[in-house]
Design a protein around this ligand. Structure first.
Ligand code: CMX
Length: 388
C-alpha cells in the first residue's frame, strides 16, 4: 500500500459502514427509542398492539387515530379498491413454483403496477394496501399448486379476513389466525426511516419511479437474511432448540455461542430492553397457545437466554426482540412454512413504507418532495489509477 493510500484509508476509515447512524432525512410516521421501541406517530407500540390494522394504517397516513366514523369511511374506501386487475393471475401462473415467496411478492407487486398503476403516490399506495391480502393469498395458492376453486374475494371483509378467505386452509381456527395476523401486521407496519427496505423504497421513489417499482424494490431489500428474513430464521432456530427444559436450553445456548452462532430472537441495534412487540406477542401466546410445544420453548428461552447473553459484555441488549415469538404464533395458527414469513413482514411494510413514500413525495419541502437521493462516495486510489 502506498503512503497516499494509507493516509486515504485512515482519513476515510469511518466510511464503508453502511451509513450507520448518519442522519439523512426526517420521518413523519415513526421513531424508535431504546426503552419503548417503535412509536407510530408518537404512540408507543405497546398502546397500539390490540388495534385493527386498518386503524393503525390510517394513523400512519393521517398522523392521528381515526374516530369511529373516520375508521368506517377509511375501511369502505379500501373496500372500493380491492379488485385485482385482469391478468394478475396469468402472471402468477407463469412463475416457478420453487421460487422464494418474496420473489413472487416482488413480481406480484410489479404486475399490479404494470396493469393498473395510476401514477399518483397516494392513490397507488391505498390501492396496493387494499389489494395485498388477495395478492398474497393468491401467491400462496399458485405457488402451492392450489389454483382451482379459489373463493371469490369479498371486499366486505377486513384485510386479514380477506387473506384468510383466499388462503382457505381447512382444519384451523380462523379466529385465532385473524388475531395473530392482525397483531403481526400492526407490530410490523413501520420502524423509522433508515432500515434497509424503507430506505431503499424511498430512494427508488426519489427518482420518480412508480410507487409499485419503489415498493417492489423495498420488498427485494427486505428479502435478505440480514433484514426481513430473520423471522424465518428465528422459527428455524426454535425448532432446532427442540426442548423446553431450562437446563437443556441453557446448554444449547452455550453451545451456539461457543460455535459463534447467533442466539436468534435476542439482541437489538437500538433497543436496550425487551422489545414491546415481543412482550405483546408473548401475552397473546399465553392466551391462545400456552401449551404449544414451540411456545413452551420460547417461554424458556425468554427466561434463560438474557441471563446467559448478559455474561458477554459486548452484547448491548440480551433481551428478546420482535422475532422471538412471531414465527411460533404463525406456526401455531396453521401457517407452518417459515419460507412465507417474510411475506407477512412485507405485507405490513407495504403500508408503513407506503406512508413514508407518500410523505417524502408529497409533503416534504412544502410539497415539492425530497430531491433524488445522491449521497457522496469518495474515490479510492484504484479508481484514480489512470488519471495523470
Ligand atoms: N447472539 C449472539 N451474539 C450476539 C447476539 C445474539 N443474540 N446479540 C449480539 N451479539 C453479538 C454481536 O454479533 C456482536 O458481536 P461482534 O462484536 O463479534 O460483531 C456483539 O454481540 C455486539 O452486538 P450488539 O452491539 O449488541 O448488537 P448489534 O447491533 O451488532 O446486532 C443484532 C444486533 C440484532 C443483529 C444481534 O443482536 C443479533 O445477531 N441477534 C440475533 C439475530 C436476531 O434475532 N435478529 C433479529 C433482529 C430483530 C430486529 O432487528 O428487530
Amino acid at each position: 500500500m502506498s503512503g497516499d493510500e494509507v493516509i486515504f484509508n485512515l482519513k476515510n476509515s469511518h466510511l464503508n459502514t453502511g451509513m450507520r447512524g448518519v442522519p439523512v432525512g426526517t420521518c413523519r410516521t415513526s421513531f424508535v427509542t431504546p426503552t419503548e421501541g417503535v412509536h407510530y406517530c408518537g404512540y408507543p407500540i405497546s398502546e397500539l398492539g390490540g388495534m385493527e390494522p386498518e386503524d393503525v394504517i390510517y394513523l400512519l397516513f393521517n398522523k392521528e387515530l381515526p374516530s369511529e366514523e373516520q375508521s368506517k369511511v377509511f375501511k369502505s374506501d379500501l373496500a372500493s379498491r380491492t379488485a385485482l386487475p385482469d391478468g394478475t393471475r396469468a402472471v402468477l401462473a407463469s412463475l416457478p413454483k420453487d421460487g422464494h415467496p418474496m420473489d413472487w411478492l416482488s413480481i406480484g407487486i410489479h404486475t399490479l403496477g404494470m396493469l393498473d398503476g395510476k401514477d399518483d403516490w397516494k392513490e397507488d399506495s391505498l390501492n396496493l394496501i387494499a389489494r395485498m391480502p388477495r395478492l398474497l393469498g393468491l401467491i400462496f395458492r399458485y405457488r402451492e399448486g392450489r389454483e382451482e376453486n379459489i373463493p371469490e374475494d369479498n371486499s366486505k371483509l377486513s384485510l386479514t379476513e380477506r387473506f384468510i378467505n383466499t388462503l382457505q386452509i381447512d382444519g384451523v381456527d380462523h379466529d385465532k389466525m385473524r388475531r395473530v395476523l392482525n397483531a403481526y401486521l400492526v407490530l410490523h407496519l413501520d420502524h423509522g426511516g433508515g432500515n434497509l427496505s424503507t430506505f431503499t423504497g424511498k430512494a427508488v421513489a426519489s427518482g420518480h419511479a412508480s410507487f409499485y417499482s419503489a415498493i417492489a424494490s423495498a420488498m427485494n431489500a427486505l428479502s435478505g437474511p440480514l433484514h426481513g428474513r430473520a423471522n424465518q430464521s428465528c422459527l428455524e432456530f426454535v425448532l432446532k432448540v427442540g426442548t423446553s427444559d431450562p437446563v437443556e436450553v441453557e446448554n444449547f445456548i452455550r453451545e451456539e455461542l461457543a460455535a459463534k452462532r447467533p442466539v436468534f430472537g435476542f439482541g437489538h441495534a437500538v433497543l436496550r430492553a425487551e422489545d414491546p412487540r415481543a412482550t405483546y406477542q408473548f401475552a397473546l401466546g399465553e392466551e391462545i397457545c400456552p401449551d404449544d410445544e414451540n411456545f413452551r420453548i420460547i417461554r424458556t428461552l425468554r427466561e434463560v437466554a438474557p441471563r446467559v447473553l448478559s455474561e458477554n459484555e459486548k452484547i448491548s441488549n440480551p433481551n428478546a426482540n420482535v422475532d422471538i415469538a412471531s414465527g411460533t404464533l404463525l406456526h401455531h395458527v396453521g401457517l407452518t412454512d417459515p419460507e412465507y414469513y417474510t411475506t407477512f413482514f412485507g405485507w405490513a411494510r407495504v403500508a408503513g413504507i407506503g406512508a413514508q413514500i407518500v410523505d417524502e413525495r408529497t409533503k416534504m419541502r412544502d410539497g415539492k418532495g425530497v430531491p433524488i437521493y445522491r449521497p457522496k462516495y469518495i474515490a479510492e486510489a484504484q479508481s484514480l489509477r489512470h488519471i495523470e
